[in-house]
Design a protein around this ligand. Structure first.
Ligand code: C5P
Length: 470
């Protein structure tokens, strides 16, 4: 510990300390230091022999964390949203992992949770006021901002996001976010319309560009009756996972600070309100890549077609149906450092999808469908002159001439790498858990051994990290 602040010393104890210090010719601070040293020397050995440092305990329970000063310490800013009640559970989950949690409550947050309940769970009084003389002399906002390993804002409201994107320093929370030299993680929570509003999306993009990390928001029901969509705060354990990733040693976070957009799964192209054109893609490979990239520290937006696989942890997931929706969602997620297009996008859609269900009636002609080509998302992004990600990766799922087709695609689509694989039914790749791929770049071809889709994802992420380093 660099320093120690002892609060709530009563007057009688202060008097004794003053007298002891005067008698020994030491300052009060020196006297406290001497007492602590003596106590540690006397009692320390026996206890220390059986003592397992908390960082070791955390590592044993899960991922290793890299604390700045022995015990990992996070500063949690709770802003004023109904999701603030989940932040109490977040504090518990962090403390269970021996992570020290210091809490700042905004004025609005105190309408949802009280300093008393937060303090009881955190094990120390939360901070609420920029101009509180006791705290300013004691800890001070600059020390609060710096004496932690990570700053988390959960829930991050639309209002607070706007202030952070604009660089405001109008209260304790915003001042800390501006003064900190540590990484900042936001867990947004707001009504779906507020989240999708252009102003919030602009602030979100700005904060990402400023290097702020995000977890969520998730899709689902809102606290307001009848409201659903993207805007739910990530669950406490998802936030804990994101925190552990950010606190992991840098060797485990080779994509820290990088923003990645990934497409995954099939698309559904409507024929009429109940029928659609689809394909057999399960989304397993794209989702595995998203999970691996997030685990490597990247800020990941996964644009997923309709799939039955769960959302990967620590990833912002946007669910879409059609190719055109997918392109629009990718556009909203740009700019990004890296784009990976693993989705099996339908090449064609029905020209004019029927507005009503097509009815089969005796003697009526069998309907014929007129198809039109879908936008090629990979090619569109790869050929951009503005906002083109530094590394654009496509997939080539082929049933014959895999390498030749992959090379043709690399050139035609204008991407940097193609991950090619044979998806003939006999390979079991479509929907299965294993994959055999080759990585085709302008420099050559790498044949990767057969492995799980998670293995392919981890190797691809490692290759991306290596390429960025070079
Ligand atoms: O379907 P195709 O073999 O052309 O797909 C190759 C690559 O192009 C894949 O990475 C796929 O995600 C992408 N693609 C796309 N938009 C399309 C078609 C394909 O992004 N409309």
């Amino acid at each position: 510990m660099a320093s120690l602040t002892v609060r709530q010393i009563d007057e009688a104890l202060k008097k004794k300390l003053r007298l002891r210090a005067a008698k020994n010719g030491r300052s009060m601070e020196d006297e406290v230091r001497t007492l602590l040293r003596e106590a540690a020397d006397e009692a320390g050995h026996a206890i220390l022999e059986n003592f397992e440092p908390s960082t070791k305990r955390s590592a044993a329970r899960g991922r290793n964390v890299e604390p700045a000063n022995g015990i990992a310490c996070v500063l949690l800013i709770i802003a004023g949203g109904i999701a603030a009640y989940k932040s109490l559970d977040l504090i518990r989950r962090l403390r269970e992992r021996d992570i020290h949690v210091r809490v700042v409550l905004t004025k609005a947050a105190q309408e949802f949770v009280t300093p008393l309940s937060v303090g009881a769970i955190a094990g120390e009084q939360p901070f609420t006021d920029l101009f509180n003389p006791a705290h300013e002399f004691d800890v001070g906002h600059i020390r609060l901002a710096r004496e932690c390993d990570l700053v988390i804002v959960a829930p991050a409201t639309a209002d607070l996001m706007a202030k952070l994107a604009g660089g405001h320093a109008s209260d304790l929370a915003t001042t800390i976010a501006l003064a900190t030299d540590k990484r900042v993680l936001l867990a947004p929570a707001m009504n779906p319309r507020m989240w999708s509003h252009r102003a919030t999306q602009r602030n979100f993009a700005q904060l990402q560009a400023d290097g702020v990390s995000f977890v969520g928001p998730n899709e689902g029901e809102m606290a307001e009756a009848g409201e659903a969509g993207t805007g739910r705060m990530a669950e406490p354990l998802e936030i804990v996972a994101a925190i552990e990733r950010l606190l992991a040693p840098s060797s485990e976070r080779p994509l820290a600070g990088k923003t990645i957009v990934i497409t995954s799964g099939p698309t559904h192209e409507p024929i009429d309100p109940v029928r659609y054109i689809a394909n057999r893609s399960s989304g397993k490979q794209g989702h595995a890549i998203a999970a691996a990239a997030a685990a490597a520290g990247a800020n990941v937006t996964l644009v997923s077609g309709p799939v039955n696989v769960p959302n990967p942890p620590g990833v912002r997931v946007v669910h879409v149906e059609s190719a055109r929706d997918m392109l629009a969602a990718v556009d909203r997620a740009l700019p990004a450092d890296i784009a990976i297009f693993a989705a099996a996008v339908a090449d064609w859609r029905v020209d004019n999808a029927y507005k009503e269900k097509i009815k089969k009636s005796p003697g009526a002609r069998t309907p014929s469908l007129s198809l039109t080509e879908n936008p090629d998302i990979l090619s569109t992004v790869a050929h951009r002159t503005k906002q083109r990600p530094q590394l654009v990766i496509g997939f080539a799922a082929e049933t014959q001439n895999v390498l030749a087709n992959a090379r043709t695609k690399l050139a035609a689509k204008g991407c940097d790498w193609i991950v090619a694989n044979d998806v003939s039914p006999s390979t079991g790749v479509m929907g299965g858990d294993r994959n055999t791929v080759m990585l085709v770049t302008r420099g050559g071809v790498e044949n990767w051994p057969p492995q799980s889709k998670d293995g392919v994802a981890a190797k691809l992420v490692a290759r991306i990290a290596e390429a960025l380093r070079q």
